[in-house]
Structure formats: C-alpha cells, structure tokens
Design a protein around this ligand. Structure first.
Ligand code: GDP
Ligand code: GDP
Length: 453
C-alpha cells in the first residue's frame, strides 16, 4: 500500500511550500470534493523510487472560529486518513500555544508523527532542533522547505517506517537486459491475484451498483476475501477461467448473497486503489456528463500510468438527443485519455457490463507485454527514418536503440546522443508511433532517454 503522509501545523509554517516541493515533479492533484475535502489538497510524490501520497491541510491555529474552524476540522480529518504525520513548526517564530495544542492532539491520537522545524535558513539548525523539545515529540528534523534543505533526511525518517513496497520483487516477473544496461525488474501480474481492477469514480456515479453487478453475474465465481485492508476491499473472483481481483473503493461487503455498500467515499482510498491496480475502471454518470472532479481523478490515473477503461454509467433511459450530446462532450473533454475504451453501460440493469471485461483484458495485455529489445529498436529506427529528430547546435540528435524499462505502464528507454535536446513534440511522435505499431490499447506509454555522450 502506498503510504499516506499528512502535513499538519499552524497556518504559515510552510506546509504548502513543502507540499509543492514534495509533489513538484508530478502535478498536484485532485479533489475538492464538495463538503469533503475543501481545504485539503492531495498529491502524489516520489522519493528514491518510492511513491507516497501527501495531504496538505489548511492549518490549525488554535482559536478557530468560522472558516478557521472548518480548516482545523479538515486538518483533523487528514490526520485520521494519514499513516504518518509531518508536524511542521516554524523555527523563526519559535514555539507557540497552537503548536502545543497540535502536539497534544497527535499524542492523544497515537499517530506516527515527525516533528519538522521549517525555515532553518533563518536560525541556527541546532537551536531549531532542540527548541521544540517541550512538545514531547523528540528532536525536530530541521528543514528549509523554501530552499530544499533537509528534505532528504526528513523523508528518510518519515518513509523509513514503512516497509518498502515489494510489489516489484514479487513473483511473475522478468528481467529485461539490454547491452550496457543494468538489469531492471519489471513488475508483472501476480499469479494469485490475476488482473487487479479498481472501480473508481465520484460519489453516486454507481460504483457499488457496478461492483454488485459484476460480482453477481452468473458466470462469476467469487472467492472468500483474501483479507481486507484498511482502505479498500479486495475481492478475488474468476470469470471464464480468468482470475481477477476487484479493488472496491465503494466499500461493498458481502452479506450472504448480497453485496452492500458500507463505506463512504474517500479520496485517499481512491488514490491508493488506483496505485495498487493494474487496470482502472473509471465510472462516470452519463446524466451529469464530465465534471471537474472526474477530470481531476482521471488526471491522477494518468499520472500513475495505470491501464484505463471508462464506463459511462446510467445510460439507461436517456433521450437520444441527450446521448448524442454526451458523446460529443466526452470526445472533446476526454481527449487526454483517448487511449482508453469507453463503454456506455447501465450498472442498474446490467447492460454493457459484461463487455467491460474485454477492454480490461486488452488493456492489461497492452500494459504488461514484454516487447523485445529488437522489436522496440526496429520501431525506433523506422520512426527516425520517417522523421529525423532535429539538429541541435548543428549536430543531429542520434537515437540508437530502445529497450523496455518497465510495464504497466510500458516504459520505452531510448539510448542516444544529445537526448536532453529531444523536443516534446518529437517524443510525442515516438509515443504515437509505438502506440500504433504495437497496437497498444487502454494504456499510456512512457518514453525515457538515456544519453551516451
Ligand atoms: P502554510 O500556511 O503552512 O501552507 O505556509 P506557506 O507554505 O504558505 O508558507 C508561509 C510563508 O513562509 C511563506 O511566505 C513562505 O514563503 C515562507 N516559507 C516557507 N518555507 C520557508 C523556508 O524554508 N524558509 C523561509 N525563510 N521561509 C519559508
Ligand atoms: P456509488 O456512490 O458510486 O457507489 O454509487 P451507487 O452505486 O450507490 O449508486 C448511486 C445511485 O445511482 C443509486 O441510487 C443507484 O441506484 C443509482 N444507479 C447506479 N447505477 C445506475 C444505472 O445504471 N442507472 C440508473 N438509472 N441509476 C443507477
């Protein structure tokens, strides 16, 4: 499971600054779900190959009224959602009553907390480290979020408490080796779980109904739950001799033959399920069309590179005119995920639900196929022949060979000279070429360059 880390502290201690620094390589995402997360911001971050989710919070000032009270409430919720808390204090301002209030709360909640003294560019870090010891959380980790100082040491501590995600050391893997390259492990489908499918979407789009429908199908054999996690429910099942595990964010639980939803929507749960899935079935409500929240969540799916199938639900009982309108709208607004199959379904009546499996299988296959180096290099050579990369300082960019560097999403590593100068548009051209020639469906593809000069 991807660890979730909340940034908590008074207003102005530097939470947003740290949030932006931690998540900067990837777009900060998501989710102002009305009434749910108004003041929280979620982001995916990576450090030394490890992925984690950061929640930024508005802040707790200690004398909350009105908007401040709302903010504090959101911070407290973020603490509940998180696996660990980075409790930030301002070493320039020194310790305050609000800091003590927060420390007390964290101690009471028994949360894994790390005291972080920010802005140590303005004071002696050694003093900052000791200054907050009355909070009873040990020595502070000194950082300067605005300048990137101390961040590695802080993350080493905070992420160190989580077992390394060993998904990449599991069975069912291959090593891909190319000339002059370190072997790189490529995660594959796990034998025991089959294809992991996450059912994702905003509240009320019909996720629980769809989960019920999928599991209630006659040809589906549902196994006893292999154990639930704190966050989503993992339901192994088999259909037409193919194994799947459904990651259910809607919190459907089986009671005898009936599945019922017991939990509320949670952004963290959703983000973790996406991370953990091979394929995401993204559910939208046809009657509402594509709304901002859908785009936020889809953006996150795209960031993680998971295979994607879109289900436009509640297609039943829609007027033909309305249907045409929705289809046009979809085409326009979902251009950025145009690799994904779209299904028009009715989870309520079961229409179109069975067809989802075909897309799930096809996109999974595209996402995990181990393309040989020779094939990828041939495609590269043909693409370069067709369209040369541009000249840079009078020298031609040279792209020599390509090999697979990862799966789900497929990562093509291209070796050559002056690769740092390859324009975005050329990379897009190569992506499209690979996509077309390899007939990829339902998965994004990534390209990475390795220079040899
Ligand atoms: P938040 O309210 O906790 O999210 O705090 P912000 O991230 O908005 O930061 C509050 C102020 O502190 C801003 O003016 C930042 O530029 C400043 N700040 C943040 N980090 C640092 C730092 O490492 N050093 C200094 N000197 N100022 C910082
Ligand atoms: P969730 O919050 O995403 O799990 O959504 P639910 O599965 O609880 O569904 C929300 C509401 O939409 C319920 O009243 C469902 O009966 C209704 N609903 C779900 N799927 C469909 C559908 O395909 N057609 C119609 N007309 N209503 C649906």
């Amino acid at each position: 499971m991807v660890p979730v880390i909340a940034l908590v502290g008074r207003p102005n201690v530097g939470k947003s600054t740290l949030f932006n620094r931690l998540t900067k390589t990837r777009d900060a995402i998501v989710a102002e779900y009305a009434g749910l997360t108004r003041d929280r911001q979620y982001g995916e971050a990576k450090w030394q190959g490890r992925t984690y989710i950061v929640i930024d919070t508005g802040g707790i000032s200690g004398d909350e009224e009105g908007i401040d009270a709302k903010m504090a409430e959101q911070s407290l919720q973020a603490i509940e959602e998180a696996d660990a808390v980075l409790f930030m204090v301002d070493s320039r301002a020194g310790m305050t009553a609000a800091d003590q209030l927060i420390a007390e709360h964290l101690r009471k909640r028994n949360k894994r907390s790390f005291l972080v003294a920010n802005k140590v560019d303005t004071v002696d870090p050694d003093i900052a480290r000791a200054e907050f010891s009355p909070l009873g959380l040990g020595d502070a980790l000194p950082i300067a979020a605005a300048h990137g100082r101390g961040i590695n040491g802080m993350l080493e501590e905070a992420l160190g408490i989580f077992p390394r995600d060993n998904a990449e050391d599991e069975e069912g893997e291959a090593e891909v080796v190319a000339e002059g390259e370190e072997p790189k492990r490529i995660p594959g489908p796990s034998e025991k779980d089959g294809i992991k499918i996450a059912i994702i979407g905003r509240p009320n789009v019909g996720k629980s109904t769809l989960v019920n429908r999928m599991l209630g199908e006659e040809r589906v054999i549902v196994y006893d739950q292999a154990g639930t996690t704190r966050d989503s429910i993992y339901i192994p099942f088999e259909r037409d001799e193919e194994k799947y595990t459904l990651i259910d964010t809607a919190g459907v639980r089986r009671r005898g033959k009936i599945f019922e939803a017991v939990e509320k929507f949670s952004v963290v749960k959703t983000l973790q399920a996406i991370q953990d899935a091979n394929v995401v079935i993204f559910v939208m409500d046809a009657r509402e069309g594509v709304v901002e929240h859908d785009l936020n969540l889809l953006g996150f799916v795209l960031e993680t590179g998971r295979a994607l199938v879109i289900a436009l639900n509640k297609w039943d009982g829609m007027e033909p005119g309305q249907r045409d309108y929705v289809k046009t709208e979809l085409e326009r607004r979902l251009m950025f995920v145009d690799f994904a199959d779209i299904h028009f379904i009715s989870a309520l009546h079961g229409t179109g639900v069975g067809h989802l499996y075909k897309s799930v299988q096809a996109s999974f296959k595209s996402a995990i196929t181990r393309w040989p180096t020779s094939r990828l290099t041939q495609i590269l050579e043909d693409a370069v022949q067709e369209h040369q990369p541009p000249l840079v300082n009078g020298r031609r960019i040279k792209l020599r060979y390509a090999h697979l560097g990862g799966a789900n999403p497929p990562l093509v590593v291209i070796h050559g000279n002056q690769v740092e100068a390859v324009p975005k548009s050329y990379t897009r051209y190569l992506e499209n070429t690979y996509r077309r020639v390899l007939k990829l469906v339902g998965t994004p593809i990534r390209i990475e360059y390795k220079g040899s000069d």
